[in-house]
Design a protein. Structure first.
Length: 151
């Protein structure tokens, strides 16, 4: 395989992770297909395939953690917001002061987690393009904050 072909295939492997916007799990399936087909032909393509897969798995884990934080908090906060008064027989407790502060805090944490998730997706988009350009230039690029699942 010529160096130009290696660089092209490595770049396409990075860019293939954008398939996530076309079909579910495309960010894993498309790079795996390209990487597994060409990893034995080129060490450069093998390296780049591992990098994009490690990055995509890491982003998936970070996203899952953020969703697991924000979704239950949002659901609990909005459901709990509906009933701010508790009644036990003839005894009524008004939780409005403490309760509103607690709900505001929960919803605030959930919103922060959601904003972090959106930042993560923008960060992912930019880094994929940057890695594809680096691969196109024949340079090795290691994504930041990546857990090395494949070595």
């Amino acid at each position: 395989m010529t160096p130009a072909n290696e660089r092209t295939i490595a770049s396409v492997t990075h860019l293939s992770s954008f398939a996530q916007y076309v079909f579910p799990l495309g960010n894993f399936i498309a790079p795996i297909i390209i990487w597994s087909a060409k990893k034995n032909d080129s060490e450069f393509v093998d390296y780049n395939g591992k990098q994009i897969l490690n990055f995509q798995l890491s982003v998936f884990m970070y996203s899952l953690i953020l969703v697991l934080i924000s979704l239950p908090l949002l659901i609990y906060g909005f459901v709990d917001l509906i009933g701010t008064n508790c009644t036990f027989s003839n005894f009524e407790i008004d939780f409005n002061g403490f309760h509103n502060q607690k709900i505001t805090t929960l919803i605030g944490v959930a919103i922060v987690a959601f904003v972090l998730f959106m930042f993560l997706k923008v960060f992912e988009f930019i880094l994929i393009i940057y890695a594809a350009v680096k691969a196109s230039n024949g340079e090795r690029y290691k994504y930041p904050l990546t857990i090395p699942f494949f070595k």
